[in-house]
Design a protein around this ligand. Sequence first.
Ligand code: IPD
Ligand code: CA
Ligand code: CA
Length: 324
Amino acid sequence: MMQLCAIRGVYFKKGKNCKIHRRAMQVENQLESSVKPLEPKPKIPYVVGSKSPTAVAINSASKAGEWIKSRLGLIKEINTKCSPQDLVTDVDKGAELMIRKLILTHFPDHAILGEESVDPGAEASANALTEAKKEAEYLWIIDPIDGTTNFVQGYPFFCVSIALAYRGEVIIGVIYDPIRDEMFVAEKGKGAYVHGNPTRVSRDDKLADSVLAVGFNPDREVALPVNMKGITALSDRTRSLRAAGSAALHLAYVAAGRLSGYYEVGLNAWDIAAGALLVKESGGIVTDTVGNPYDIGVRRLVATNGKIHQELLDVLKTAEATGV
Ligand code: IPD
Ligand code: CA
Ligand code: CA
């Protein structure tokens, strides 16, 4: 019977091709001694590349928002952070995880700063922002539930806030209110919309004719006393004040002309980033409490329709309510 031998999948008749066979064996041996075992390939994350960052932000906010709404009244765990007023639930954490996964599926090399992945407190927040900015040119800034106290209470005023910054400047801002199913979307230089309708700030040109939002900040030691001075001064100078408990939704409402301004000291980057772009793209002005232009490090905020901005800054200055 004819004898066959195989070298690298090629069959040779033994004897007839013995020279070839010997040469092939030599080559095979050389190869085996020179070729190093293959390094295991790094695991490439599953990436979907076709969606724009705005579409991803909208999709993530919508998915997380629906899930958050479905958990109303079904919270499993409530903890406090830096004060008894500063709450966090299992739903805040779950929503952040969901948003992170969705974003990284599309943009695995972007950095993410999410509230629930940062230690509590002003200093930790500021440090986390500095570090996140160094990590990548594109930085997503997420507040999975803005208005956690409301969510816990079943008070229907909370939202998901997602922003994307490029080299420190916010270029996309999305705020989703799952209760009213309102999706606010802003893109730098392209305007702001709520479900396709352009948003526009109010026309009030006097503080006395304006309704403003303020906040009872959970930092009872430093921020709240400053806010209280501002609230006292403004209560007397405006048509009325609202403190509905969601910084991001207050900003979306300023953008939509439902409020003429918002003031609060002691906020974090994730409370403000998306909403600040919404206000700017709707024709408003966003600064810190002494009038410096907004950047993602601002923690003491004034956002208005522009017309009442200076008057509001002046009141805060006189009341010594600008904070540090
Ligand atoms: C809070 C809300 C609240 C504001 C606080 C924020 P959270 O965010 O925006 O309106 O007054 O300063 O911390 O904790 O609900 O995400
Ligand atoms: Ca918040
Ligand atoms: Ca939050």
